[in-house]
Design a protein. Structure first.
Length: 251
């Protein structure tokens, strides 16, 4: 993974701030099909109703997400990721984000338990895929395939492709994290269309978007430490990065 170490080189890449979200800023570059992403130190939960700043959090999400996208590419999963360029920035392909959040669940927890009254920590017989509509104003409401297709957010073929990629990613990441003593409980994916209309994995894969539990203790190693006021949020993110980097990309 090529890393440009000079902050000036990174600043030279950025042309115009196109978007600022809760966790990232996105800039245009001199290539219309390439964007520069900056990971922020912001921590948010409950659709940004709870907020904080943790110095170093953006760096950890950047290196973790960069590592995972690179590893997935080696396994045949294409994404918008091009390369990490410094501690908090990466280059990505420009995609049109499909306004669906794809949630993959392997273990019962969180909103699934609250909505359906099921006990927490139950290992599911197979993964559950859920969709929510990306809308901060509506608090990302749950939707089904028909909503996505009939309302024009994605085609039937795109929904099928998203599900297929999500299940492949789940299998790969479940095995990856099991190898470093981590249970992949659930996670959120986003997808986008590139200039050719292909559906690619997008956004990030990090402790912000995944629930990671230590395989033995079930200690939370993700943003739930912030959501639930468990403390040592940065320590949990650092532990995920320590285990991945110690494992090695080719192990």
């Amino acid at each position: 993974m090529l890393i440009i170490k000079s902050p000036l080189e990174v600043l030279d890449m950025a042309e115009e701030l196109l978007y600022e979200g809760k966790a990232k800023k996105i800039f245009s570059t001199d290539d219309p099909n390439v964007l520069l992403v900056q990971y922020k130190d912001s921590l948010t939960a409950f659709n940004a109703k709870k907020r904080d700043e943790k110095a170093g959090k953006g760096h950890l999400n950047n290196v973790i997400s960069s590592w995972i996208f690179t590893w997935l590419a080696k396994k045949g999963v294409e994404s918008h990721f091009i390369k990490q360029v410094d501690e908090t920035h990466q280059l990505i392909r420009k995609v049109e984000i499909i306004p669906l959040e794809t949630i993959v669940r392997n273990v019962t927890t969180g909103s699934l338990c609250r909505r359906l009254g099921v006990e927490e920590g139950k290992k599911l017989s197979r993964p559950i895929i859920e969709f929510s509509y990306k809308s901060d104003a509506l608090d990302d409401p749950l939707i089904n395939d028909d909503h996505a297709i009939v309302l024009g957010w994605a085609t039937e073929e795109e929904v099928a492709t998203i599900k297929s990629i999500a299940l492949k990613v789940n299998k790969l990441l479940t095995e990856l994290f099991a190898s470093v003593g981590v249970l992949l409980v659930d996670f959120k994916l986003e997808f986008g269309r590139d200039e050719k209309g292909r559906v690619l994995l997008a956004d990030e894969i990090s402790p912000d978007t995944c629930r990671f539990w230590d395989s033995k203790t079930h200690d939370h190693l993700d943003k739930d430490r912030f959501r639930k006021d468990l403390g040592d949020v940065l320590g949990a993110y650092e532990e995920i990065w320590r285990r991945l980097s110690a494992r090695g990309m080719d192990a």
